[in-house]
Design a protein around this ligand. Sequence first.
Ligand SMILES: *Cc1c(COP(=O)(O)O)cnc(C)c1O
Length: 339
Amino acid sequence: MFELENNVRKNILQLKAYSSARDEFSGKDGVFLDANENPYGSLNRYPDPQQKKLKNKLSELKSIPVENVFVGNGSDEVIDISFRIFCEPGKDKALTFSPTYGMYDVSSDINNIELIKIPLDDTFQIDFKTLETHLKDNDLKLILICSPNNPTGNILKNIDWILERFKGIVIVDEAYIDFSKSDSYISKIEKYPNLIVSQTFSKAWGLAAARVGTAYSDSKIISLFNKVKAPYNVSELNQIAAINALENFKEFSEKREIILQQKLWLENELSLIPLVKKVYPSDSNFLLIETLDANKIYKNLVAQKVITRNRNSLVKNCIRITVGSSEENIKLINALKKN
Ligand SMILES: *Cc1c(COP(=O)(O)O)cnc(C)c1O
């Protein structure tokens, strides 16, 4: 059985959250002399610390109560906060798979948490047999699963197997889920009280500059997130940008459709280029390709001002390519042909 209290650091359980000046009064028409703000200007007031309007919109879109929604300064904040809540520095461990998103390493290092990495199999799926031997480790508190996975692009199958067995916290990072045909794990947060699903406005929503990430989980976990976050963690400008994006759902889904069509075009073009050995199947907005010589091809592309991500150190001779606009994709293909 999962018991939240057994999985939260003692100091966090005992923590008394900072109560911001505006937490006690939510009207807009008062005389606000409580927060030492400047009375003049247009960005002079602190933003809503609880992002109520944005959370209400997310709650509607995802069909879950607002108590289950957290909004952070990018989804990287969700990962960092999770380490701080659930893992005792210098003692507890976390686990992920490799290759995967590089920020898990950085965030665990910053928090002084050992990160165990289990290699994915040759189809980039989870090796459950190896994983099983680690689940008995009492110091293992957190499992990070990126699905669709970066940089391999594929959905990881059967995450339920982990949720049913592991007594710690499971984070499913769904930064790319909007590009996938698979369902989000958000629908399973009621079933699994140890599940945190993280999503972002940085990819399909086109707001990477705004730094808005979201997490969906049991309301008790969301309360802990709210206790640990910086009081005004999402700026007013960024809250407005995210609200505007949600109000323009049609634009979001049209752009997404174009990107997915461009992905098909790019997959086909890439497969016709002799120095591309393999185009891996992708459930996201990028393609991992295996080439004859990734270092050389990568440098040659940079020389032609086409920037891709050389993943040779993670997956031999592989390059990760984001699906761009039609013009950008044509430039990439032309540049590759000049290799
Ligand atoms: C891009 C990406 C994110 C997004 O992080 P933000 O901080 O929200 O911009 C999260 N996870 C993965 C795996 C990513 O590739």
